[in-house]
Design a protein around this ligand. Sequence first.
Ligand code: NOJ
Length: 586
Amino acid sequence: MTRTELPAVPLTGGDQVHAPAPGTEWWRDAVIYQVYPRSFADGNGDGMGDLPGITARLDHLAKLGVDAVWLSPFYRSPQKDAGYDVTDYRQIDPLFGTLDDFDAMRARAHELGLRVIVDLVPNHSSDQHAWFQEALESPAGSRARERYVFRDGKGADGTEPPNNWQSIFGGPAWTRLAPREDDGPAGPQWYLHLFDSSQPDLNWEDLEVRAEFEDVLRFWLDRGVDGFRVDVAHGMVKADGLPDWGGKVAMVEGSDAADSAEGIGAPGGSNEGPMFDQDGVHDIYRAWHKVLAEYDGDRCLVAEAWVSPMSRLARYVREDEMQQAFNFAFLTTKWDAATIRGVVTESLETMDAVGAPTTWVLSNHDVVRHASRLGLVEMADGPMNGIGPRDPQPDAELGLRRARAATLLMLGLPGSAYLYQGEELGLPDHTTLPDDVRQDPAFFRTAGAETGRDGCRIPLPWEADRPGLGFGSTEATWLPQPDSYRALAADQQYGVDGSTFELYRSALTARRAENLGQGGLTWVAGYADAKDVVALRVADVVVLANLGPAPVALPDGAEVLIASGPLAESAEGPALPTDTTVWVRA
Ligand code: NOJ
């Protein structure tokens, strides 16, 4: 059915909600690319990505035109949570290589003009960490137990957990130790783990824990890193007395995922419980700010903090704390014009109030990729956390069209933007992974009620005609690649007009040339309340996105710089089809 075209509206006038923000620090307007080391590129053919693999493929990022790379954890780890369970914060896991491999990767990245951000996981360690092992071998009340959150249980013989908290991965957040001869009357103690039982929470009231992490920061700063992404930045300090809480924890706030009772993405889950966003956590970031200030070159900290409302998030990026925080409110926003305008305005105003840059992000290793999320006709805003073979499947074409439009909209916004590896190829999730290849602890801890995050962590396709699509030198890949990845391999897209890679590349080039990252933002007056159109002006560029079914006519003489998809031609001239974004010179 052809829909009546919406008439052209002048792209002038409107309310400015964000003033131009010139700034010298590189992170204020950087586009930062997330590398998930397990799945980026495999240098030794064992099916698992590694540091030499990353180094060999850094040219791809330079060609794409990003400013920095953030690497998910590569530290020594039993990999119970894909490396977010660290046994040694100063060593590389042999799966990924050696410290020399890290130095070579960092040197090559810097040579290519790419900054390097590493992941820091301070809320919990692995249960294989020397400190936790020492705590297991030491009695209740010992110094070794002080570094974690050990408590006696409740009830007769301490058989009940110390409180009712649930793990974000499902099940109780407490595990009881095996009995020891020197146990007191309460019997074996329990330890807290907000995530898997192999990830005991560290006790951030303990000064040795604080000192250790400042030392870890210095270790990596001395090795030349430009910043840290701080895992669970809102979780390290817990409310005094660890009070019971009736709510449900969720990593992805407000997600529509599955109908499991607990765990990531549980309906109505929130981060407002006594385990999250406590005021005391900010002392840690003030101390870390000072550590970074000892070094030259504008090093930065970025908070992974799933907190709301946004004014609470802004507290993490006050002048003497971190530099950036992920904008998950943007990531979880529905494909709806008014909702998008609302979250963009709120993000800019809230971050402006503390002098921090706003960030934007659409995908990462914890959520369904936006090319799949936006292809779910019934749930354009969810689920966040995994689509499995028994779920309704996304419409791949719709998803990719919307994903490209969403990305072009995002890259037009002022501030800093995060890309997740593979989105520049338009990759969808693997949505039909068989249960027996799954690895995410969330799947196992919920007995499969949560699909988990494996589908967004599939090894990248580099070369369509090579085994394993060129992920490594063999056909081994630690998770299977879906058939759809072959046509999307990087070598099928380089230099190809209209490919997703070339769309990203030209958007990043234009973003830099037009200095959009530091521009002000004005909502174009004629579209300020439009039902299906988002139209904003940043610097000299108008970003126009059509989220509705009817084509939208472009004004006469509009100079289109970039389009996320083909434009429609009508008697009146070019028009913007459904689910398409353009950048227009205004
Ligand atoms: C957030 C990380 O992004 C996620 O992958 C991890 O499972 C949890 N934090 C626990 O570290």
